[in-house]
Design a protein around this ligand. Structure first.
Ligand SMILES: NC(=O)c1ccc[n+]([C@@H]2O[C@H](COP(=O)([O-])OP(=O)(O)OC[C@H]3O[C@@H](n4cnc5c(N)ncnc54)[C@H](O)[C@@H]3O)[C@@H](O)[C@H]2O)c1
Length: 336
């Protein structure tokens, strides 16, 4: 049974990760040993973030720490789940890997590509597993899309749009999300989900362009184009307006049909035929992601779905999009 510690017990840890560990604990797959957060209120308060809320419910036998150094001195565990703000990912991941723990870190991997490379190199050197929470890769709505692309079910890809929109993430510790130097802004924090997905589905683009808009000063709206051989993807990220509900969708046009995912439903619109709902089942992608990592630790499986080197490449691509935005949205060749 894999023993787990969480560092950073805020929005994503409480609403998405904790319920998964609780479920896996009932299956006898993991034991949540300890949680650490600099803010002890987080051990008792409920939280609400853009993707939903979480009831507290941390069981009594989980140790609580406000200093990770004390936690590693006193507790035994196999893996650490990093749910701290992004600017802390790289240093903490390297520190934990070097201390012999396997590391699952929330996305985005880090603020810079160079940091990401150090994380990958360290994991290799110390022979520990590292994975980044690019959670969409584990969502069945995206797995369906990957399958029809790989099997060429509807012929060639013609174009696509991926969107992710939300109110600004103002729940964060010390308002770190709204500080680009600590979060990377909307373009790195939220937009990366769909940019990573585009890479996962179609590979590296040959050219990119991006236009960003400032409302809070964190590249709050990003319109990106990823150009591939013969088609392009339009990717929209937007956290520019308080009060707007979280929404995400995609629409991909193929030679023989268009596949649309909106309001939690996939619909296939065949050219010249009746629209239909394909066979698929919605899943909890955080659960699938964490289970994948735990299974890797238990069985030594290769990480084919979400290797850290690929998460690093998504950060590199975001930085290329930022360079295009800084140049007024210029289309720039992208070096694979
Ligand atoms: N995969 C997703 O869908 C998704 C969604 C939201 C957030 N995230 C990512 O998860 C990470 C955390 O985001 P969040 O929404 O939980 O933010 P948050 O601010 O709600 O939580 C971060 C927690 O880390 C704690 N913390 C800060 N410094 C610490 C330290 N040195 N040691 C221990 N704890 C420390 C804070 O007190 C806070 O409780 C970010 O990288 C974010 O991008 C991912």
């Amino acid at each position: 049974m894999i023993q787990v510690a969480i560092i950073g017990f805020g929005g994503i840890a409480k609403t998405a990760h904790l319920p998964v560990y609780q479920a896996l604990e009932k299956e006898g797959k993991v034991k949540l040993v300890a949680v650490c957060d600099v803010n002890p209120d987080r051990f008792t308060e409920n939280m609400e973030i853009n993707i939903g809320g979480g009831e507290e419910g941390l069981s009594e036998d989980v140790a609580r720490y406000t200093d990770w150094r004390e936690m590693v001195e006193k507790e035994n565990f196999d893996m650490v789940d990093l749910c701290v703000p992004t600017f802390l990912h790289a240093d903490l991941a390297v520190e934990m890997l070097e201390r012999g723990y396997h590391v699952l870190s929330e996305k985005p991997m880090s603020l810079t590509y160079d940091d990401c490379l150090v994380m990958c190199r360290t994991a290799d050197e110390v022979d520990r597993r590292l994975m980044v929470g690019q959670c969409l890769r584990f969502g069945n709505e995206y797995r369906y899309l990957k399958e029809v692309i790989e099997h060429r079910t509807f012929g060639k890809v013609l174009s696509g749009t991926f969107r992710r929109m939300s109110g600004p993430p103002v729940w964060g510790w010390d308002n770190w999300f709204m500080d680009e130097s600590r979060s990377g802004g909307c373009v790195l924090d939220m937009h990366i989900h769909d940019v990573d997905m585009s890479r996962y589905l179609f590979g590296e683009p040959v050219a990119v362009s991006c236009v960003t808009q400032e409302v809070y000063g964190t590249r709050d709206i990003a319109h990106s184009r990823l150009f591939y051989d013969g088609f392009s993807m339009l990717i929209v990220g937007d956290w520019s307006q308080e009060g707007l509900p979280f929404t995400c969708d995609y629409r991909v046009a193929f030679e023989k049909a268009t596949v649309d995912f909106a309001n939690g439903k996939i619909t296939v619109y065949p050219r010249g035929g009746e629209a239909y709902t394909p066979e698929w089942e919605a899943n909890n992608f955080y659960e699938a992601e964490i289970k994948y990592f735990v299974d890797m630790l238990e069985n030594g499986n290769e990480n084919t779905a979400n290797p850290p080197e690929s998460a690093a490449e998504s950060v590199r691509l975001i930085r290329a999009l930022c360079a295009s935005a800084d140049a007024g949205g210029q289309t720039m060749p992208y070096d694979k």
